[in-house]
Design a protein around this ligand. Structure first.
Ligand SMILES: [Zn+2]
Length: 244
């Protein structure tokens, strides 16, 4: 499943000067656009210029440079990256958990009531421990859901891999190997459920036809809500990163 529906072919990448800083922009061609448009992604800060024609493409960078004040304002609003460490707020299954220090001897990372995530051990290991914990939790949740949905369809998957792809939340191969992003553990449960149902449904229908969507809807009911959530907030899940 692609992360952004409207991903167009990038015609070129270039650098703009925004407040004295070199900032990368991608220039895309979209014949359906009415005019040149500059976009700044609200959660990643990714800048793109959309050109309606090949001719407009040649003017795209000058056009974007002319919008540099507006771009700077938008960039200032992009939420900062969240390093995995003490004090970080992590939306595990969509519920905020604040990372606090835990005493040693109880394990590496554990969840406490009241939205607290404890991490123990030397500080330089916190980031790695938190990441390992999130990946483990993601795998558990993704495996449980995959088993459940596959059983409902009378199907069996081959294997599940959990990765950190830049442009997909999940995928399904013709050999029924499923792959998911660990970051789904930071989304509300209905979102993770939807992505799993989507990929499991591909084990039966390797397309996005009406039959496919009927299967997904049978598994999770509403598909619009999780799709909208991913569209609006999905990119923000990429803010969480290892320290350093
Ligand atoms: Zn799909």
């Amino acid at each position: 499943m692609r992360k952004m529906k409207a991903t167009r072919k990038v015609a070129r990448r270039a650098l703009l000067k925004i407040e004295g800083r070199a900032v990368e922009v991608s220039v895309r061609l979209n014949p359906r656009a009415r005019r040149l448009i500059v976009k700044v992604h609200p959660s990643t800060g990714e800048i793109s210029v959309i050109a309606p024609s090949q001719r407009a493409l040649d003017r795209a960078l000058d056009f974007a440079q002319g919008q540099s004040d507006w771009i700077a304002t938008q960039l200032a609003r992009v939420p900062a990256p969240v390093p995995l460490g003490l004090g970080a707020k992590l939306p595990i299954r969509g519920q905020d958990h604040v990372v606090r220090e835990g005493e040693s001897g109880r394990g590496a990372v554990w969840i406490e009531e009241g939205g607290v995530l404890r991490v123990s051990g030397a500080r330089e290991h916190h980031s790695r421990r938190l990441l390992d914990f999130l990946k483990r939790e993601a795998r558990k949740a993704l495996e449980a859901r995959t088993l459940e949905y596959a059983a409902r369809l009378g199907l069996k998957h081959k294997r599940i891999t959990v990765r950190d792809p830049a442009s997909r939340w999940g995928s399904c191969s013709a050999q029924r190997s499923l792959s998911f992003s660990w970051r789904l553990i930071l989304a509300p449960v209905f979102v993770l459920d939807y992505v799993v149902a989507h990929e499991v449904a591909h084990m039966r229908e390797m397309n996005h036809g009406p039959k496919f969507w009927r299967i997904v809807k049978d598994l999770v009911g509403d598909v619009r809500k999780p799709q909208k959530w991913l569209h609006d907030h999905g990119a923000a899940l990429h803010r969480y990163a290892m320290k350093g």
